[in-house]
Design a protein around this ligand. Structure first.
Ligand SMILES: C[S@@+](CC[C@H](N)C(=O)[O-])C[C@H]1O[C@@H](n2cnc3c(N)ncnc32)[C@H](O)[C@@H]1O
Length: 344
């Protein structure tokens, strides 16, 4: 594991009190490695099928919209995952024993609270290491947690998953648990997902744990309703990735000239979310020296959300050395939570 002291010179450390530390691995609000900063946008928007990384859905506004999505009646994944966590967190912490809790894509840290409550009941030190590209969401949620948990120490990394996993600070507790919730693993195509799972295995020591939330395959109508809510929050969330490009790369996307589109692709077992250009138009991203032409009807793929077969997922994890210890599901079997342990 790389030592935290070896971090690059552009790391800014922000010590707030002695229980909160936030490290921005690059920029002030959304943090990407210099190599990938914008290069993925150029590659994605010049490809035959125009594509954007789902990380552009999240800036401070995107994180707020995602929180609203989590409360929508159609959006079952958050409720299902919270119900499983609430029921089984005591069992999870009994299995792992006291652990430093690392969370990839921590967002509002609502689910971390359920695990922190359980670790608190177990006794011992409470340490939480949230990792998120959205600096505002991370800092706000960390400060709220510190008010609730008087013994908690938080060290947040504003970073992409891979960069953070390669730069984890040394753990002060004997064991660590990496939580990767919200089925965010489904937002990656299979190759990227394999890469991230490998990065997780490299960041963990044998005997340490991964707690993975995964949305399961189910009826198409349930899935499509969840990503096409009646209030239009998912549409606003999707379009926010264009606002994000506007501020981040001095672009001139006109949001009203794009439409949210989302449907289930049964061959790939995934929800596909697109932005459809409503007119012929040309967009400029000044900071990237990039001009992109869109035809009316042309689509940008802005996110996929893969839906898993629980048995296959467990086999994939096992093949990477992440032995599934226990899998829990909700009453509808819509969603699963898997606890895996890295084998030596
Ligand atoms: C689907 S939300 C899940 C939030 C929370 N874990 C939950 O379960 O409700 C994904 C979170 O991951 C963050 N995120 C997205 N892509 C990321 C990336 N490549 N690296 C780090 N964080 C990322 C977003 O800012 C957001 O907070």
């Amino acid at each position: 594991m790389q030592s935290f002291r070896n971090l690059p010179a552009n790391v800014i450390q922000d010590q707030i009190g002695d229980r909160l530390q936030i490290t921005y691995l690059t920029g002030p609000q959304v943090s990407f490695t210099p190599e990938e900063d914008g290069q993925d946008v150029i590659a994605g928007l010049t490809a035959a099928q125009k594509t954007l990384s789902p990380k552009y859905l999240y800036d401070d506004r995107g994180s707020e919209l995602f929180e609203q999505i989590c409360t929508l009646p159609e959006y079952y994944p958050t409720r299902a995952e919270i119900s499983i966590l609430s029921q089984y967190a005591p069992e999870i912490v009994q299995i792992t024993g006291p652990c430093e809790l690392i969370e990839l894509g921590s967002g509002s840290a609502t689910k971390a609270r359920i695990l922190l409550d359980a670790y608190q009941n177990l006794g011992g030190s409470l340490r939480y290491l949230p990792i998120d590209v959205s600096g505002g969401a991370l800092e706000g949620s960390a400060r709220e947690l510190l008010q609730t948990y008087e013994q908690l120490h938080v060290h947040g990394l504003v970073s992409t998953y891979g960069l953070a996993l390669a730069n984890l600070p040394p753990s002060l507790l004997p064991f660590r648990l990496i939580a990767f919730l919200g089925s965010s693993i489904g937002n990656m195509p299979p190759e990227e997902c394999q890469l991230l799972l490998r990065q997780i295995t490299q960041a963990l020591e044998p005997g340490e744990y991964l707690l993975l939330g995964a949305d399961l395959q189910k009826d198409r109508a349930v899935l499509e309703a969840a990503y096409n809510d009646r209030q239009g929050v998912t549409a606003a969330f999707n379009k926010n990735s264009l606002s994000h490009l506007n501020w981040r790369f001095q672009a001139d996307f006109i949001l009203d000239q794009f439409q949210h589109l989302s449907f289930y692709n049964p061959d790939r077992h995934q929800i596909e979310i697109y932005l459809k250009s409503l007119v012929d138009q040309t967009v400029t991203l000044k900071a990237l020296d990039l001009t992109v032409k869109f035809q009316a009807g042309e689509l940008i793929l802005s996110e996929v959300s893969r839906k898993f077969d629980l048995v296959e997922l467990q086999q994939d994890l096992q093949s990477l050395g992440l032995k599934p210890i226990q899998a829990w599901t909700d009453g509808d079997r819509f969603y699963s939570l898997l606890l895996c342990q890295l084998q030596g």
